[in-house]
Design a protein around this ligand. Structure first.
Ligand SMILES: [Zn+2]
Length: 269
């Protein structure tokens, strides 16, 4: 019987695909999902990821846009700004006046006698309070005008000169200019403590000023730092600074005798 083994081999070969298929289905892990199920899960995962991303984008868009960041100051700029700030703070500070007696070097004070000779007495009788000027020549010269940072009532050429003083201050010390305040100009009265000597205020030839409206204490030898700076501008225009008076009066500025003689020569007074 040699035919039987051959038939068995042929049967075995024929049955091989079926056996392989059966073996595969048996050996495969029963819990592994089918390919279609895996793809669906992956899609679901992607969708969830997209939704999370969308939520983050929406949250970012809802935030207020940050403004532009300030440019950092460089050290030199910082120092300059600090120095400028402290100088501005110091304008109103009261300090000792150095060498006040030579504050008016090159200029002379117009004495009451000189002023009376130039314009005549401002009124018959003088008291310690501001009164009305009755001198027609003087009243014809007086005017009230804005001279820059303040308003003043002075004789015409003094208004022109004061306006020039402040125009220079505005160019070279604009922060100081903005803080100049008036404490009075025309006031027809006698020099304090005198019998009948008319003050330069009585002729509209003087102005009292200060920084930030702080009144200066008379005769203490001190003044506001800003007034020391201003005194230079006044001197250049021919004005006397009261800081140089024997009784220091540093808020007081008046037209010098030299300036008045110049105005007289020019026919302005
Ligand atoms: Zn004065």
């Amino acid at each position: 019987m040699r035919v039987l083994p051959a038939v068995l081999v042929a049967l075995a070969i024929a049955a091989t695909p079926v056996i392989w298929s059966l073996a595969r289905s048996r050996l495969a892990p029963s819990h592994a999902p089918a390919p279609a199920a895996t793809a669906a899960a992956e899609l679901e995962e992607l969708r969830a990821g997209l939704a999370a991303l969308g939520a983050r984008v929406a949250a970012l868009e809802a935030r207020p846009a940050p403004g532009p960041a300030p440019e950092p100051r460089r050290p030199a700029e910082e120092a300059n700004a600090a120095a400028s700030d402290s100088l501005q703070d110091a304008f109103a500070q009261v300090v000792l006046i150095a060498d006040r007696r030579s504050a008016n070097a090159g200029l002379s004070v117009a004495s009451p006698a000189f002023l009376a000779g130039l314009l005549g007495p401002p009124r018959e009788e003088l008291t310690d309070v501001c009164s009305v000027a009755t001198n027609a020549r003087l009243t014809g010269l007086l005017a009230t005008e804005n001279v820059g940072p303040i308003e003043a009532r002075l004789v015409q050429p003094a208004l022109v000169s004061l306006r020039q003083v402040f125009a220079n201050v505005q160019v070279f010390e604009p922060e100081l200019y903005a803080r100049i305040r008036s404490a009075g100009s025309l006031c027809v009265r006698r020099v304090r403590g005198s019998e009948d000597a008319a003050s330069a205020h009585a002729y509209g030839l003087a102005v009292d000023i200060n920084i930030d409206g702080m009144l200066d204490e008379l005769a203490d030898g001190k003044t506001q730092l800003g007034l020391i700076l201003l005194a230079d501008f006044f001197r250049k225009e021919g004005w006397i600074w009261g800081a140089g008076f024997s009784r220091e009066d540093s808020m007081h500025f008046e037209v010098s005798r030299e300036k008045l003689e110049q105005w007289r020569r020019l026919g302005l007074i």
